[in-house]
Design a protein around this ligand. Structure first.
Ligand code: FES
Length: 266
């Protein structure tokens, strides 16, 4: 029978008895998350090629200020700092961005990948003390549940963008129903984001919390079960939705630049 010698010996940074490639997973996480942050930041600063016909990139939706064809409120606001290049994406992207940054799954992944705390399970970490998330600054991560409310709002807006992506210019000043590859790309993005968001740990607390006996509330019990079911795949939804949202922006960008052609299915 396996046993651990007590008291536990302190391991130096990177010391471990593990023989598998424990460094591989944090390295992959580091590479993919860094690539996503670099691409999303670059795309957000472009302020161009974020629409193609009736398609709107999820990185820019909703457009609160800017292009009058899409802006909900008005043109570039007066209060925008002169030193900062204007882009509608810079106003809205922090909200879904912070929803992901404070996600319980991503926290576990990027704590390992970005600051090796610990580098992986049963691998020595680079410091002796452990403060956890009960102290500043990581206690701020508890704000996650509030970003969940905003994320649900974004889902509704993105679902409306999919609806808009079904109506194409008919060449006579009106619109007609249709489906393009871009419509499917935007719809898939919403499906993946929905599975990721509704399976959030905080969502389970919201739909199943504050009750003595959940089984006495069949509607909330059903919602709790659905959220729990999605939660079992939370890591997979997290990655798939990350790729989905980046690809939706890339697709619309490349179509708008004339690099890709948007095939019409209907
Ligand atoms: Fe991952 Fe809430 S725990 S989105």
């Amino acid at each position: 029978m396996a046993h651990a010698p007590l008291p536990l010996a302190h391991r130096g940074f990177g010391e471990t008895l593990r023989r598998d490639a424990w460094w591989l997973q944090p390295l992959v996480v580091l590479t993919i998350l860094s690539a996503f942050v670099v691409y999303a930041t670059w795309a957000a600063f472009q302020n161009a090629h974020y629409t193609y016909g009736n398609y709107l990139s999820p990185f820019y939706s909703p457009v609160l200020f800017g292009d009058p064809r899409f802006a909900w409120i008005g043109p570039k606001p007066e209060w925008w700092p002169n030193l900062l290049p204007f882009s509608p994406a810079l106003i809205i992207l922090p909200f879904p961005g912070l929803f992901r940054v404070t996600c319980y799954y991503y926290r576990g992944a990027y704590y390992k990948a970005f600051w090796a705390d610990p580098p992986n399970c049963a691998v020595g970490e680079p410091r002796n003390s452990y403060l956890g998330e009960r102290h500043f600054p990581l206690i701020i991560q508890n704000i996650h549940r509030y970003f969940l409310y905003i994320a649900v709002l974004f889902l509704l807006i993105l679902a409306h963008d999919v609806w808009d992506a079904l109506w194409f210019d008919n060449g006579a000043g009106g619109v007609r129903f249709g489906i393009g590859v871009g419509t499917l790309v935007l719809a898939l993005n919403v499906v993946l984001l929905t599975c990721y968001t509704l399976g959030c740990h905080s969502m389970r607390h919201i739909v199943g919390g504050f009750l003595d006996q959940l089984s006495r509330h069949p509607v909330r019990k059903k919602a709790y079960d659905c959220s729990s079911c999605l939660n079992r795949w939370h890591m997979k939804w997290a990655w798939m939705s990350l790729f989905g949202v980046a690809f939706a922006d890339l697709y619309i960008r490349l179509c708008s630049m004339g690099v890709w052609h948007d095939w019409r299915i209907l």
